[in-house]
Design a protein around this ligand. Sequence first.
Ligand SMILES: CC(C)(COP(=O)(O)OP(=O)(O)OC[C@H]1O[C@@H](n2cnc3c(N)ncnc32)[C@H](O)[C@@H]1OP(=O)(O)O)[C@@H](O)C(=O)NCCC(=O)NCCS
Length: 141
Amino acid sequence: MRLEDVEAVLAIEEAVQAYPWTRGNFLDALAAGYDAFVALEDEAVVGFIVLMRAVDEAHLLVIGIAPGYQRAGYGRALLDHALRLMQGAGIRRLLLEVRPSNTAALAFYRQAGFAEIGRRRGYYPAAEGREDALVLAKELS
Ligand SMILES: CC(C)(COP(=O)(O)OP(=O)(O)OC[C@H]1O[C@@H](n2cnc3c(N)ncnc32)[C@H](O)[C@@H]1OP(=O)(O)O)[C@@H](O)C(=O)NCCC(=O)NCCS
């Protein structure tokens, strides 16, 4: 992901998330040197992923595929790219949080080999108060 991709990334994020990352969040992630990639179709950004490394673990911070391009393998391609990169860099575990209500994302992560390892109470803002987060992990060998 380059600086010039951020507007397209933000448009996708705002289309797919009720509580989207802001432009500032994406700019901060790039400035901090987080691993950030886009999926392109005909040179147009159709998806993105951002990860943060911490010693021998990495955290999947955000992933989004444009509504018209979901279920076409872009999410899996971005995730596989990130997994290969992390594995090559000696990262032993990839972690993420997901809303229990996000059944599509849960199916996506489970299909990719992630398992639930915990729950953070009231982690996310929600229409009525707060929503828990499920914590998912995938061991990289
Ligand atoms: C979750 C998301 C990133 C998945 O990306 P995608 O490109 O649509 O998914 P893929 O096409 O790579 O799917 C790979 C596999 O994951 C599973 N999967 C993906 N979406 C699914 C859905 N809606 N329902 C059930 N299984 C699903 C399937 O097993 C799929 O393989 P198949 O299509 O051969 O059956 C995408 O739907 C998205 O951007 N959602 C909105 C944002 C979001 O929720 N981000 C995650 C927040 S934690």
